[in-house]
Ligand binder design. Structure first.
Ligand code: NAP
Length: 444
C-alpha cells in the first residue's frame, strides 16, 4: 500500500493509480467467527472490544463490475462496530452467511472473519467495468447504504430495498482497514477543506441525523420546532443539534456531564439538560416505569424552553422511550433509529393515542440523503465532530471508549494516513469556516 500512499500524497492522476498492482492482502480490523462465543454469559458492559477486535492481514477479494476499491486513509468508530465486537445482539456472521447465499458476488463475504467499519475517507484505486461516475485517483468519502439497485424495491427510497444492508456491519470488507471494497453507489466526493480523519467521521452519523430530522422520510422539521435531542454531544446528537440550529428549530440537548453541557453550549445549543445532575430515574426497577419521573422531566423541559418538544430525537431506547413518548407535545413526533439501552421498548400507549402523537422509525439514509448531508459538510454548513484519533492498531481501544461512553462526538481511526492533519486541498474553505468551528470537539 506504500505506492498508493505516495500517489495519494502527490495528488496523482488516474494513470498513476492504475499502474500500481492491487495488493493480494491488506491490513484490516476483524472479528473472528471462532471468537463468537468468547463473551457468553458475561454482562454487556464486561464484553471487551479490545479482546475481540484484531488487526490482521486479510485477502483482497475479487472486484465486481459495480464496485470500487478504496485506499482508506482514515475511518471512524460507529456503535455498530461495538455491537459486532461484543457479538450483540447476534454475531454478525449470520448476516455474512445470508449475503453469501444471494449471488456469486455475495459469496465472497461469507468468511470466518469480518472486516468491520462503516465509515471511510480515501482514494479510489480501481473500479469495476460497470462503474461510470468514478475513476482511480478520485478522493472520496464512503456512505454505508449497501444496496443492490437491480431490485425494484430499491427504486423509491433505497432504505426500503429488500436487500438493503449496512456496509461493514451486514457486509464484509468494511472501512476499518487499509483497503475497502464498496459499491460505486456508496461513493461521495471528499469535502476537500477537511483532513482525512475529519472527512472520515461524518457519513454514517451525519446522514442518519439528516434523514431523521431534515428529510421528508424523517421528521421533516420546520422552523420553530422544539427538538429534544438525547445524547446531544454523541455521534448522532452532535450532528442533530447542528441540523436543528441550521433549520431554525430550537434544540433542547440532553447530556450526562457538566463538560458536555459546556460543549453543547459552545455548539450553540442554549437549552441543555444534564440528565446525571437531574437524577432522572424513569425505571423504578427492571419492569416498572415511573410516570412521576417522566412528568418531572417534562416539567424541566417546559420550564427551560417554555413548551413541550414537537420532535423527540430518540436512540437510547428502553431507558428513555417511555419518557420520550410522554414529553412529546400533543400531535408531536418521536423519531427513533436505535435502542442502545435495550430494544424491548415500553411506553404508555394512552399518552400516544389520546394526544395524537406518533412514533416514526428511521434507519441510515438513502444515497440522495447521504449525498445531501455530505454536500452540507462540503459547503461548511455542518461541521465534523471529531474528538480524538487512534491508529488502526488500536481499533479495539477506540471501540471500548465508545462502548463505555467515554467519548464525545466521533472517534477517528488513521488507516493509511501516517499522521493526522493531512488531506486538505481547499484551504480557502477551511479558512472561511474557521479552525474554531472545525475543531470544536477536538480542543477539549
Ligand atoms: P454515541 O456516540 O455513543 O452517542 C450516544 C449518546 O447517547 C451517548 O453519548 C450518551 O450521551 C447517550 N446515551 C447513552 N445511553 C443512554 C441512556 N441510557 N439514556 C440516555 N442517554 C444515553 O452513539 P451514536 O453514534 O450517537 O449512536 C447511538 C445509537 O444509535 C447506537 O445504538 C447506534 O448503534 C445507533 N445508530 C443507529 C443508526 C441507524 O442508522 N439506525 C445510525 C447511527 C447510530 P450522554 O451520556 O451525554 O447523555
Amino acid at each position: 500500500m506504500e505506492q498508493y500512499l505516495e500517489a495519494i500524497e502527490a495528488v496523482a492522476g488516474p494513470e498513476a493509480f492504475e499502474a500500481i498492482p492491487i495488493p493480494k492482502t491488506y491490513r484490516g480490523a476483524v472479528v473472528l467467527e471462532s471468537d463468537s462465543a468468547m463473551f457468553d454469559g458475561m454482562a454487556s458492559s464486561d464484553k471487551d472490544p479490545r479482546k475481540s477486535l484484531r488487526v490482521q492481514e486479510v485477502e483482497t477479494p475479487e472486484l465486481a463490475p459495480d464496485e470500487a476499491f478504496v485506499a482508506v486513509m482514515a475511518s471512524a468508530i460507529n456503535f455498530n462496530t461495538v455491537w459486532t465486537s461484543i457479538f450483540e445482539p447476534l454475531p454478525t456472521f449470520g448476516f455474512l452467511k445470508r449475503l453469501g447465499k444471494e449471488s456469486r458476488w455475495g459469496k465472497r463475504h461469507d468468511l470466518p472473519y469480518h472486516v468491520v467499519g462503516s465509515d471511510a475517507s480515501g482514494v479510489v484505486i480501481a473500479v469495476g467495468s460497470a462503474v461510470r461516475n468514478w475513476k482511480p485517483g478520485d478522493r472520496v468519502t464512503v456512505h454505508c447504504n449497501y444496496v443492490d439497485d437491480q431490485d425494484p424495491s430499491a427504486h423509491d427510497d433505497s432504505m426500503l430495498a429488500a436487500n438493503q444492508r449496512i456496509w461493514g456491519f451486514e457486509s464484509n470488507f468494511g472501512g476499518l482497514a487499509d483497503l475497502a471494497l464498496v459499491k460505486a453507489n456508496q461513493l461521495m466526493a471528499k469535502p476537500e477543506h477537511l483532513t482525512w480523519e475529519e472527512a472520515a467521521c461524518n457519513a454514517l452519523c451525519n446522514s442518519t441525523s439528516y434523514r431523521m430530522l431534515v428529510s421528508k422520510n424523517g421528521a421533516d422539521m420546520k422552523q420553530g420546532d422544539i427538538v429534544l435531542i438525547w445524547g446531544a454531544t454523541g455521534g448522532l446528537g452532535g450532528y442533530a443539534v447542528q441540523y436543528v440550529l441550521n433549520g431554525g428549530g430550537i434544540p433542547v440537548g440532553v447530556v450526562s456531564s457538566s463538560d458536555k453541557v459546556d460543549l453543547l453550549k459552545s455548539l450553540g445549543c442554549q437549552y441543555v439538560i444534564d440528565r446525571k445532575a437531574g437524577g432522572y430515574k424513569f425505571w423504578k426497577d427492571d419492569t416498572t416505569q415511573d410516570e412521576a419521573e417522566w412528568r418531572r422531566f417534562g416539567k424541566d423541559i417546559r420550564s427551560l424552553v417554555g413548551d413541550d418538544p414537537d420532535i423527540v430525537f430518540e436512540h437510547p431506547g428502553r431507558q428513555t422511550m417511555g419518557a420520550s413518548v410522554f414529553v412529546a407535545k400533543r400531535g408531536g413526533l418521536v423519531v427513533t433509529c436505535a435502542a442502545t439501552s435495550g430494544y424491548m421498548i415500553e411506553y404508555d400507549n394512552r399518552h400516544l393515542w389520546m394526544k395524537l402523537k406518533s412514533i416514526k422509525s428511521s434507519h441510515f439514509a438513502n444515497y440522495k440523503e447521504a449525498d445531501e448531508a455530505n454536500r452540507l459538510i462540503s459547503r461548511g454548513a455542518i461541521q465534523p465532530i471529531l474528538s480524538s484519533v487512534f491508529p488502526l492498531t488500536e481499533t479495539g481501544e477506540a471501540a471500548y471508549q465508545v462502548h463505555h461512553n467515554l467519548h464525545e462526538g466521533k472517534i477517528g481511526v488513521l488507516c493509511l494516513a501516517p499522521t493526522e492533519g493531512l488531506g486538505v486541498t481547499d484551504p480557502d474553505t477551511r479558512n472561511r469556516v474557521g479552525e474554531e468551528k472545525l475543531t470544536l470537539f477536538r480542543r477539549r
